[in-house]
Ligand binder design. Structure first.
Ligand code: PEP
Length: 256
């Protein structure tokens, strides 16, 4: 079976200033100083805190990510940040198509595809977020929603360009609600996503691609989620804001 390095990623959303982020990074690195047992960690602070943590995290098992990007390299786009700017700020990862961006900022699958293309071109590893709403799940449309988001978000991108892509399955009804998808629901969705990558892109990529689960992940439920064969990590929102809690999620293999 393909070995996929687990990735535990923290999405801070619009929380923490630069000094608060630096304090967090120091505390997290101290908590992880005993090693992460082969697990890769990543934090995605707001843009204004990236430079405050980049040097602290360099060479550590905690990678730096951003929460969004603009598809153009530069230009008259007031308030936006490009992929080369994120690379220069020390980022390795970037979240693309988070449900909050889709729902609150009108992000479309077409926009997501342009952002993924720009991220890959600049050498960033994009984390494509997909997931169904409660209404879509209740209407039995989960798979078709995932299928559309995948197809439209990745259209025209050849497998060789997608080796560094990470997918985050985030059911919208589980984000920030305290309602986690059951491990069976998660496994079912992840296996479906993997099968769609095999069918629509490439079998080899479907085996190597990391699929994270996101939606009210906590220290208490991570181990069970990670025991599912197609779950390769987690995208953690609220529970990533405290370094103690986040370190417990990263160190999920350790008995507490
Ligand atoms: C998220 O923001 O991607 C997320 C999964 O949030 P939470 O863990 O708070 O549900």
């Amino acid at each position: 079976m393909e070995q996929r390095t687990p990735l535990i990623a923290g999405n801070w959303k619009m929380f923490k200033t630069g000094p608060e982020a630096a304090d967090y990074a120091r505390r997290l690195l101290a908590l992880l100083s005993g090693g992460t047992a082969g697990v890769e960690a990543m934090i995605a602070p707001p843009f204004t805190a990236l430079s405050a943590v980049a040097d602290l995290l360099a060479g550590s098992p905690v990678a730096l990510g951003a929460q969004n990007l603009h598809p153009e390299k530069q230009g008259a786009f007031t308030g936006e940040i490009s992929a080369p700017m994120l690379v220069a700020a020390g980022c390795r990862y970037v979240l693309v198509g988070h449900s909050e961006r889709r729902q609150l900022f009108g992000e479309t699958d077409e926009g997501v595809r342009l952002k993924i293309t720009a991220a890959l071109e600049a050498g960033l590893d994009p984390v494509l977020c997909i997931g169904e709403t409660a209404t879509e799940r209740e209407a039995g449309r989960t798979f078709s929603v995932l299928d559309n988001q995948l197809k439209n978000g990745l259209e025209g991108l050849i497998p060789d360009r997608l080796r560094k892509l990470v997918i985050a399955y985030e059911p919208v009804w589980a984000i920030g609600t305290g309602k986690t998808a059951s491990s069976a629901q998660t496994q079912e969705a992840h296996a479906y996503i993997r099968s769609q990558i095999a069918e629509g892109v490439e079998i080899a990529l479907s085996k190597s691609i990391r699929i994270l689960y996101g939606g009210s992940v906590k220290a208490e439920n991570i181990a069970e989620l990670m025991s599912m064969p197609d779950v390769d990590g987690a995208l953690v929102g609220g529970a990533s804001l405290d370094p103690d809690t986040f370190s417990r999620i990263v160190l999920y293999q350790r008995p507490w």
